[in-house]
Write a protein that binds this ligand. Structure first.
Ligand SMILES: [Cu+2]
Length: 273
């Protein structure tokens, strides 16, 4: 079973192994390589067949949980010792600290929304963007353009007892999910994408490897909410009979046999340090 650590607690060797596995996946030319994950995120950015799987819906959390499990599995096929690290942006809040250091994610873009110039993903030779609606072949960031969410805001979201609420979209105001996804104050997940900017502000945000550290933290926050309120199927909504979104026991494309119910309790697969 894997243990997902805070990025600030990784050793130098663990950081190097994570970067090497990410680059190894990027170098693969067939199968579930890095660009397959980018393509899949773009494909499921909006509704598919009238169903919102990945965003603006209750299954935002379970869909990305499975997405992270699949990505972590792909990294572990390269290096079995690698686990996803998480970026806790309530404590690491600068553009030069964890995880934006030269030995992990590298730093800011140059100028307004320019190419990243430091670290393992700087420039199109080290890290070439090939699947993107924008024309840039270099990773771009425009960090620090707003405030990151605070731990008090996180606590306020984790205190909401209801998982989600009708109308199960960006205007749902009665549940935890929409506050954590970020269409409802305090806008946790969305505002961190915007804070990093560049590719992280686009549909192809997984082109920036910090996507995985950010979403690992979002999954950790959901897990903290589950620890408080329950990992059982009574703590996912809607249960059944809701059109346009994924009910508790409905399959989440593109993973056959995977439903919100099957991923609710992750503790046999991985835990958070
Ligand atoms: Cu995201």
């Amino acid at each position: 079973m894997g243990i997902r650590k805070n990025a600030r607690d990784l050793t130098s060797a663990e950081k190097a192994a994570f970067v090497a596995a990410v680059k190894g996946l990027k170098a693969q030319t067939t199968g579930r390589n890095y660009d397959w994950f980018v393509t899949t995120h773009i494909q499921f950015f909006a509704a598919v067949g009238g169903i919102r799987y990945a965003h603006q819906s209750p299954s935002f959390l379970p869909w990305h949980r499975q997405y992270l499990i699949e990505f972590e599995k792909a990294l572990q096929a390269i290096d079995p010792a690698v686990d996803l690290p998480y970026w806790d942006w309530t404590t690491d809040r600068t553009t030069t600290g964890t995880p934006f250091t030269a030995d992990l994610m590298g730093g800011n873009g140059s100028g307004g929304n320019g190419p990243v110039t430091t670290g393992p993903f700087a420039g199109a030779t080290n890290w070439r963007i090939t699947v993107s609606p924008s024309s840039s072949t270099s990773l771009r960031r425009a960090m620090g353009n707003r405030a990151l969410p605070t731990s008090a805001q996180v606590d306020s979201v984790l205190g909401v007892a209801a998982y989600d609420a009708a109308p199960w979209n960006t205007s749902a105001s009665g549940g935890m999910r929409n506050r954590l996804e970020g269409w409802q104050t305090p806008n946790l997940h969305n505002s961190v994408h915007v804070w990093v900017g560049g590719h992280m502000g686009q549909q192809d945000s997984p082109n920036d490897p910090v996507f995985w550290l950010h979403h690992c933290n979002i999954d950790r926050l959901w897990s903290r909410w589950q620890t408080r309120w329950g990992f059982d199927s009574g703590h996912y909504l809607p249960a059944a009979g809701t059109s346009g979104v994924v009910d508790l026991n409905e399959t989440m494309q593109p993973w056959p046999g995977v439903t919100p119910a099957t991923v609710l309790d992750h503790r046999a697969t991985y835990t958070y340090a």
